[in-house]
Write a protein that binds this ligand. Sequence first.
Ligand SMILES: [Zn+2]
Length: 422
Amino acid sequence: MRADRLTGFYDKRKETMSAAARRRYQSAWLGELIEHAWERAPGVRRRLQAAGLDAAAVRDSDALARLPVLKKSQMPDLQQADPPFGGFCTVPTGRLRRIFISPGPIFEPMGPEVAAWHDESGFYAGGFRPGDVVMVTFSYHLVPAGLELDESLQVMGCVVVPTGVGNTETQIQVARTVGATGFVGTPSFLMTLLKRAEELKQAPLPFEVARVGAEALPESMRRVFEEQYGIITRQGFGTADIGNVAYECAEKSGMHLVEDAIVQVCDPQTGEPLPTGQIGELVATVNNRTYPMIRFGTGDLTVITDEPCPCGRTAPRMLGWRGRADEVTKVRGMFIHPRQADEVVARGAGVARYQVVVGRDGHQDTLTLRVELGAGGEAGAVRPVLEAAIRDVMKLRGEVDVVAAGTIPDGAKKIDDQRRWD
Ligand SMILES: [Zn+2]
């Protein structure tokens, strides 16, 4: 009989706690973490001191906001100045289990404690169950993904087959021989395995559940996995520096934030936390005693919602990845991103080309969506739809300007900021 993969919790008490209980839980670990880091991680102490803070001052999200964001792009220089970890590691090198090296280069320590990647709840919510035999097809060398996810799976009771990257036909053979019910890796590699197995005209692969990541998962591709192959497919969000911070549940409507990360969505320029619902940079503080990343700016843009989720988990959800922070433009105090322009245009029919133009009228920013219509596009019909979509997606008022075909040049930027400040 197939396991029930769509209901239940890995840690019900934690995953369903009230907002007030979550704040208490997070403030308790944050206080301990900051004291611990102040004593043992000179890099953390230097940052706090530079901001005029001492360890006792940082107990909650508001106090954290007084600490400038540590940008991922600063890490290679900070680590070079104080190798190997920039003073951010609390454990002597000889007591670590592993040292990973991500592009940059950025060095990341894996400490003596188990399950510091915080992905057990995520695997469970994504349909993995104790006893699943899981092929982990992420890389097992240099970068942390393979080994860290491997550990999370083992902690939650799965059997791991560490197949690593590549070797499509061997992986197919292995999946059948061991009866692998779970897959972990990129969505494109899962697709490669499924298609190749079909070409070989063998029985279908035994996968029932997949956790995919490291690249985008288009909904059309998810439908193929789920409807055509019967594989429950979910995603998580994390980086090599901070581990996993969010995961999808059965509802597939955003990623619940883990209780052991304090996530703030911040103004990419000032680092100030933004109100819920606005797009901004994902800044995380994670409960990892070996490598306490505090106010770490990932450079990734997202939006968070605190609307209740029917699954029963109470953690807010991040609504997908919305691009990189260095691609945003600020209009009337709101950040807009090329991917939001894509989202707006997807709601209107018959648009062939488009470009957002940001301008200035007196002391006011203006936002205009220029569109060229293709077959089936009708100006009178498309204009109100797109104007409503701009309000909905970008939280701004904007005009739609239907222009003649050929007006928007080839290779034009999706957001053309024409404001001049001098
Ligand atoms: Zn949910």
